[in-house]
Design a protein around this ligand. Structure first.
Ligand code: F6P
Length: 355
């Protein structure tokens, strides 16, 4: 504990509502333990260029309800280079930063583990609306993003019902269909398409035809951004022509990343921020804070990154070499659990869409 006089906090990758609550928790938790905090602006970009500022308790007052991130965010390819890392380490030395809390997604954790390897203790906090970090049940921003999508879908439903139309809605989630699936179920979508599970387009058209023949006026079809390029537009065209239902396409895109965070996101972000400070001040490093079965746990970042690649079928040669048989088994179990959750939800979505 005596070792830590100053820690840094940064947000990196795609922003997510609730990141500000996590920043506030890190700042206030550290200050309460007598540890100074510097904000690192624009993620790893700011660590390289030295864009830092001491953050006071007053600086983080009244920010839990703000969307975006007061520390700004960036994706920083330079950080993956030796020169970039050398500059970042130098910034830490020049500013006497003893450890870093990094809030973001898998790219953020890759950066965090690199910093840890270079002697800067770093703890990751999951923040991404996609909720696609396999090692945790929940990542900051997911609930707010889903509520934003749900609101949009409800609005679209109103006008579809008035005009007897169908709306095909694309939502964010490059690698993960959680937003599409959970929002699709919650807004009563007729069909949901995500890249992780098979989608029968012909069956979707037949179902729409059948429901229209029975008198249903409005329809929502939701799909994740991870589907092949042009999927939503092509499906819209097919529904128009083959089902003879007036159909429009909408891509909600970045709109879903903004807005005031929900209670759930503010609360979990606060708990994760506080827990991350506990970990770093206990001398721990190279860990990511995860929520599993409603508890916060610390997971080895290397394990978290590889289980994520395993789940997304992106394992690289040698990825599993440094893990024990038990660790690899635990990864497989985790992936199977995640997949089962998706499959169960898709079954529910299909069952409830029948009429
Ligand atoms: O943050 C994750 C994510 O929202 C993905 O769903 C999406 O593909 C990506 O960010 C978009 O990133 P950018 O803001 O860099 O366009």
């Amino acid at each position: 504990m005596a070792k830590f006089r100053k820690i840094g906090v940064l947000t990196s990758g795609g922003d997510a509502p609730g990141m500000n609550a996590a920043v506030r928790a890190v700042v206030r938790s550290a200050l309460a333990r007598g540890v100074e905090v510097v904000g690192i602006y624009k993620g790893y970009t700011g660590l390289i260029s030295g864009e830092l500022k001491t953050i006071t308790s007053a600086d983080v007052a009244n920010i839990t309800g703000l969307g975006g991130t007061i520390l700004y965010s960036d994706r920083c390819p330079e950080f993956a280079t030796e020169e970039g890392m050398a500059k970042a380490i130098q910034t830490c030395k020049d500013n006497e930063i003893d450890g870093i809390v990094a809030i973001g997604g898998d790219g953020t954790f890759r950066g965090a583990t690199d910093l840890s390897m270079h002697g800067i203790p770093t703890i990751g906090i999951p923040g991404t609306i996609d909720n696609d970090i396999t090692s945790t049940d929940y990542s900051i921003g997911f609930d707010t993003a889903m509520n934003t999508v749900l609101h949009a879908a409800d609005c679209l439903r109103d006008t579809c019902e008035s005009h007897a139309r169908c709306e095909v809605i694309e939502v964010m989630g490059r690698d993960a269909g959680y937003i599409a699936l959970e929002c699709g179920i919650s807004c009563g979508a007729t069909a949901v398409a995500i890249k992780e599970l098979p989608f029968d387009e012909d069956a979707c058209i037949e179902k729409l035809k059948e429901l229209r023949a029975k008198g249903q006026r409005s329809f929502i079809v939701m799909h994740s951004e991870g589907m092949p390029k042009g999927f939503g537009e092509a499906l819209t065209e097919r529904i128009n022509i083959e089902a003879d239902i007036d159909t429009r396409f909408i891509r909600l895109a970045h709109m879903v990343r903004g807005g005031a965070p929900t209670l759930r996101d503010r609360l979990i972000a606060t708990q994760m921020g506080d827990f991350a400070v506990d970990l770093i001040l206990e001398g721990k490093s190279d860990l990511v804070v995860c929520q599993r079965d409603d508890k916060l746990v610390a997971t080895d970042i290397a394990w978290a990154l590889v289980v994520d690649r395993m789940y997304k079928n992106k394992l690289k040669d040698g990825d599993l070499d440094k893990f024990t048989a038990e660790q690899i088994e635990a990864m497989k179990v985790r992936c199977a659990q995640k997949k089962a959750v998706l499959e169960d939800m898709m079954d529910v979505a299909k069952t409830l869409a029948k009429n």
